[in-house]
Design a protein around this ligand. Structure first.
Ligand code: DAH
Length: 337
């Protein structure tokens, strides 16, 4: 075989290096092996030149392979899409996830809650995950050193900030922002939803991290009856059936009177008559809380409520243990997909 035949093979193999996803494989090409095996059978005077040409071909291939591999590595770096599922570039389709993630049931249910209240005319704002002593306590009529503060097992950062133990931390902001509305003859109607934190021992009904929804309504004529009607409407919409409701007095510094609001566990959800479930705290907003936000309590009155989201969802789906929600147990989460 002549060196011009080697040239033909060279251009073929170099093309193959350029088009291959695995260029190093080209070194195992049968054409190359044939060339090597021919060296020994050539007449001595041709052998040197031929051997040299084959060697040069091999070096040229290796150089091209290296360049191509570098190019591939760079291409990978440049096109990484950090939001894409692993292996999306297709080199290992067997590694692609076979199942997509799903929305967490608490998020889905929170969206249902928000939807019901926004259809009732309430604005919806997310609560903060880090707050201060004033919004957690001071603005809500907890005097400094008042024992009622002990009812909330708060965490504190070294700087004195508080991961809020309830969504009531948003009340002062809602009231202050809504002051002008009242002056224009409108009412304040807002819910605030989000994650809250307590220094709790965790068990089937207590979590250190959970979700609450808070509601605030203020007008020149709001009554306790309006509050009970609003809450009943919400629960009946959420559970899609008529419900019996009950209240009993409770103490929260930011409302007067303060109440606990219970519903009778519906038969359709496994309840027996007379089985009451306490769902939230509520009451008429304390005059000090209105005053603190610059609202004259002799002209305006309002009601507020706040309660846990998990509790709602547990009743709806018969979930027996609160810890499932944060457990990352896929069989549990997939039931809600
Ligand atoms: N923030 C209270 C808690 O987490 C619940 C609550 C009670 C909220 C009465 C209110 C209210 O708005 O009026 O225990």
């Amino acid at each position: 075989m002549s060196t011009s035949a080697i040239d033909a093979i060279r251009s073929q193999l170099l093309d193959r290096v350029q088009s291959s996803g695995t260029p190093r494989e080209v070194l195992k090409a049968p054409e190359l092996r044939d060339l090597y095996s021919q060296i020994g059978s050539l007449p001595a005077e041709e052998r040197g030149a031929f051997g040299k040409a084959v060697n040069e071909l091999k070096i040229a291939l290796e150089t091209a392979i290296q360049a191509r591999e570098d190019e591939q590595a760079n291409a990978d770096v440049e096109t990484i899409d950090v939001t894409a599922p692993w292996g999306v570039r297709g080199s290992h389709p067997e590694l692609l996830p076979t199942q997509q993630g799903t929305q967490h049931p608490l998020t889905t249910e929170l969206e249902v809650v928000i939807d019901i209240f926004t259809r009732m005319g309430f604005a919806a704002i997310e609560s903060r995950q880090i707050d201060d002593d004033f919004h957690m306590f001071g603005a809500l009529n907890f005097p400094d050193d008042h024992p009622a503060r002990d009812g909330y097992d708060t965490f504190r950062t070294e700087e004195g900030f508080i991961p809020p133990a309830h969504t009531s931390t948003m009340q002062h902001r809602i009231l202050k922002d809504g002051r002008e509305k009242l002056e224009n003859g409108e009412s304040i109607a807002a819910i605030s939803y989000g994650r809250v934190f307590r220094n709790e021992d965790v068990d089937a009904t207590h979590e250190h991290t959970f979700y609450q929804v808070e509601g605030v309504f203020v007008s020149d004529s709001a009554t306790l009856g309006d509050m009970l009607g609003t809450l009943r409407r919400f629960f009946e919409a959420y559970y899609q059936q008529e419900l019996r409701i009950k209240t009993q007095p409770a103490y929260f510094p930011f409302v007067e009177p303060g109440l606990e609001f219970a519903i009778e566990k519906p038969a359709a959800l496994g309840g027996k008559p007379g089985e009451w479930l306490e769902m939230l705290g509520c009451g008429m907003i304390h005059p000090n809380v209105l005053r603190e936000a610059g609202i004259d309590p002799t002209k305006y009155r309002g009601f507020a409520w706040g309660g846990g989201v998990e509790r709602l969802v547990m009743l709806k789906y018969g979930i027996e243990d609160l810890r499932h929600f944060e457990s990352a147990k896929l069989p549990f989460l997939r039931k809600f997909a």
